[in-house]
Structure formats: structure tokens, C-alpha cells
Design a protein around this ligand. Structure first.
Ligand code: NAD
Length: 371
């Protein structure tokens, strides 16, 4: 057969499709939905990882991905992470997540967000969205005009509002539990703490740390974010790349994922990593062990950043802010229990949290099968 340009491109796209399904198989997703609307320029991907515990719940991220493959990888990892986060938080929700490809500062329009809402509605409640990086409660309001399966709507609209303060509160609880384990006291007074990312969650977390008397170092890619936080709190601002070299007790990743890797881990001088960012370990198999080997206590991200999803989940059962904070407060005890399990079973802290989540999913799957 003569190889023409056309047959070559069919072969290329076939190879891409094979590897795409390979990725989906690797992460064990139930369903991945590609949403494309030329009229509004919408390009989005919805990952539904596992619905054993209930409808998949997880936010939508808008990000200027360098490649489409990067967006696919992000949505697969994030939605899988939500399965374990929701399970370990005791929620009756499976894991899902969506990404919109584009610049969150310039690429949004009412039409694009509403079109995205229509795609979510077409899934009939199998996936419930909320906000994540690059999305605001205002954006969710537009999405919610087209679907009832959007949470994190503004409080004035009967929603639960911005989940970030509850996420920050839960992360603070997890960090205090990690401090108790690593330093013998959960007080953060006088502790040197670096925070990467002064966004919605990072800025609220910084508020808790400063109130407790911690010495806080902060970085962000955007100067305007740093200016806002520096006006509110006595912090030291550092350049993005300097954050890994600081002489601190605790490092709190609150930006994007993958910041615990072969390059950064040898630079870290902290005894604890506890932050809100999703997927902090670039490689879950390697880098949780690498933390332990370097004497760094890693508080699993999906365990301690669950406050936000707890908050939005409540929107469907009757929202109560006080109850949301009470639920997020439990992250302190759960974190200590996970550290104990890791020690008892001779595994790293990430594996211990995964085991707790997987055990719950397995038990519920068996329960469902018996009914
Ligand atoms: P955000 O977009 O408000 O803030 C993220 C900040 O990180 C931005 O200001 C951005 O400029 C900065 N940033 C990005 N890359 C950086 C880098 N390399 N160095 C320094 N700064 C960098 O997002 P957010 O809602 O605060 O979420 C932060 C993290 O927490 C994300 O990983 C998100 O998935 C996770 N998370 C958020 C919630 C929530 O309730 N918002 C819940 C759970 C997990």
C-alpha cells in the first residue's frame, strides 16, 4: 500500500487514539467527555473517574495548557484524585473533574460558560461541577444557568459561595496535625512557613497562619496577587523559584500540582509539606517515598484540601456554613489517623490515605452489589 499524506494522518490519529485510551485505562476512568463548540470557542474535557459512592463531584479548572495532551493528563489525574478525596472525606460522591482549555483572564464569555453548562446538563447528574483554579463563583453562576448540576454558586443565590475559605481552613487543620506529629506541638506560632500561590486558598491560609503567629514567606506568579496579600498581612514576598530553597519548617504548596519532584525535593529544607494544591506529587509512586526518605512528613493533598468539596457537596443536602466548617475540622483527626496507619502498615502517608479511600469504595461497592 502506498503511504499517502492522508493514510499517514489516519495512522497518526489512530496512534493518538490508542494512547488516549491507554491513558484512560491506566487511570481506570468510567467515562471521559470531550466538549467542543466552535461558535463560542469552548474546548473542555470532563473526566468521570468513579461513581461507586455516588455522582462524580469535582470542580472545573480553566487553564492555558501548553498542549491538549497536557490538558487530558490534568483532567485524568484531577478527576481520579477527586474519587479518593471524596471517599476519604466521607462524602457520598464519586470523583470527577473538568478542564476548560484557555486563558482564564481573557478567554471567558457568558456564552462559553453557558455552553459548558449545557454539556454538563447532558450528563444528567452523573457529574456535578464547582469552581477550581481559574473559575470564580460568578463563572459558576453562568454555568448554573444551563444546568442544575453546578455547585459553589454565590451565597445570595442559595448556593454555598466560594469554597476556598473552607478549603483553607481544612488545610490549616491538616497542617496543624502534621506539625503535632513532626514537632510534638500543633502550635504554628513562630514556625517558618512558605506558601506557594497567593490565590483564593493560599491567601485565606496565610490569614490563619499569621493569626497564629507564624513567620510566612509567600510567592506567586502574579505581582497583583502578592500586593493584595502583602497589604493585608506582614509577610515576606519571594520570587517563584526561591520558594524551594528557603529555610522553613513547613512548605505549603497552594498553586498548581507536581511541585514535589526530583528537582525540588533535594532543595527543600522543611520537615513538613502540607498545602492545598491538588496532585502535589509529580509521581505518586516515587515522590511520597522520596519525602519520607528525606525526613519530610507529607500530609496527603487530597486529604487536607477536602474542605472545599465538603462545602459544595452540602449545597445538595441543605447548606449550613457552620456544619461545613465542623466537617472540615475533622481533617485534623483524620490526618493523625492516616499518619498512624502509615507507621503501623509500613507504607508512606500517601499510600495510607489511598488505602483508607480504596477500602471505603470497595466496601460500598460490595454493599451496593448485595442490595
Ligand atoms: P487560584 O487560581 O485562586 O490560585 C492559584 C495561585 O497560584 C494563582 O494566584 C497563581 O498565580 C499561582 N501560581 C500558579 N503557578 C504558580 C507557581 N509556579 N509559583 C507561584 N505561584 C503560582 O487557585 P485556588 O483556588 O487558590 O487553588 C489553589 C490550589 O488548591 C489548586 O491546586 C487547586 O486545585 C487546589 N484546591 C483548591 C480548592 C478551592 O476550594 N479553591 C479546593 C481544593 C483544592
Amino acid at each position: 500500500m502506498v503511504e499517502t499524506k492522508e493514510t499517514g494522518s489516519v495512522a497518526n490519529s489512530a496512534a493518538a487514539a490508542t494512547s488516549l485510551f491507554g491513558e484512560i485505562a491506566k487511570y481506570e476512568h468510567e467515562q471521559v467527555v470531550f466538549c467542543y463548540d466552535p461558535a463560542t470557542g469552548l474546548k473542555a474535557i470532563i473526566g468521570i473517574h468513579n461513581t461507586v459512592l455516588g455522582p462524580a463531584l469535582g470542580g472545573t479548572r480553566m487553564w492555558n495548557y501548553a498542549t491538549e495532551a497536557e490538558a487530558v493528563r490534568d483532567v485524568l489525574r484531577l478527576s481520579r484524585g477527586m474519587t479518593y478525596k471524596n471517599a476519604v472525606a466521607g462524602l457520598n460522591h464519586g470523583g470527577g473533574k473538568a478542564v476548560i482549555l484557555g486563558d482564564p483572564r481573557q478567554g471567558k464569555s457568558e456564552a462559553l460558560l453557558r455552553r459548558f453548562g449545557k454539556f454538563i446538563q447532558s450528563l444528567n447528574g452523573k457529574y456535578i461541577t464547582a469552581e477550581d483554579v481559574g473559575m470564580s463563583t460568578r463563572d459558576i453562576e453562568y454555568v448554573a444557568m444551563e444546568t442544575r448540576w453546578a455547585s459553589g454558586r454565590p451565597e445570595g443565590d442559595g448556593g454555598s459561595g466560594d469554597p476556598s475559605p473552607v478549603t483553607a481552613y481544612g488545610t490549616w487543620m491538616g497542617m496543624k496535625a502534621a506539625a503535632a506529629k513532626a514537632f510534638g506541638s500543633d502550635s504554628l506560632a513562630g514556625r517558618r512557613i512558605s506558601v506557594q500561590g497567593a490565590g483564593s486558598v493560599g491567601s485565606h491560609l496565610i490569614g490563619h497562619l499569621i493569626k497564629e503567629g507564624a513567620i510566612v514567606f509567600v510567592t506567586d506568579l502574579h505581582e497583583d496577587r502578592l500586593e493584595v496579600v502583602a497589604q493585608q498581612h506582614p509577610i515576606t514576598v519571594v520570587k517563584p523559584d526561591e520558594i524551594y530553597d528557603l529555610d522553613v519548617d513547613i512548605y505549603a504548596p497552594c498553586a498548581l500540582g507536581g511541585t514535589l519532584n526530583h528537582d525540588t525535593l533535594p532543595r527543600l529544607k522543611c520537615r513538613v509539606v502540607a498545602g492545598a494544591a491538588n496532585n502535589q506529587l509529580e509521581n505518586e509512586d516515587l515522590h511520597a517515598d522520596a519525602c519520607a526518605e528525606r525526613g519530610i512528613l507529607y500530609a496527603p493533598d487530597f486529604l487536607i484540601n477536602a474542605g472545599g468539596v465538603v462545602n459544595v457537596a452540602m449545597e445538595f443536602t441543605g447548606y449550613n456554613r457552620e456544619k461545613a466548617y465542623k466537617h472540615a475540622e475533622k481533617i485534623y483527626d483524620t490526618t493523625l489517623r492516616i499518619f498512624e496507619k502509615a507507621e503501623r502498615e509500613g507504607i508512606n502517608t500517601h499510600q495510607a490515605a489511598m488505602r483508607v479511600a480504596q477500602e471505603r469504595i470497595q466496601q460500598m461497592a460490595q454493599l451496593n452489589a448485595r442490595l
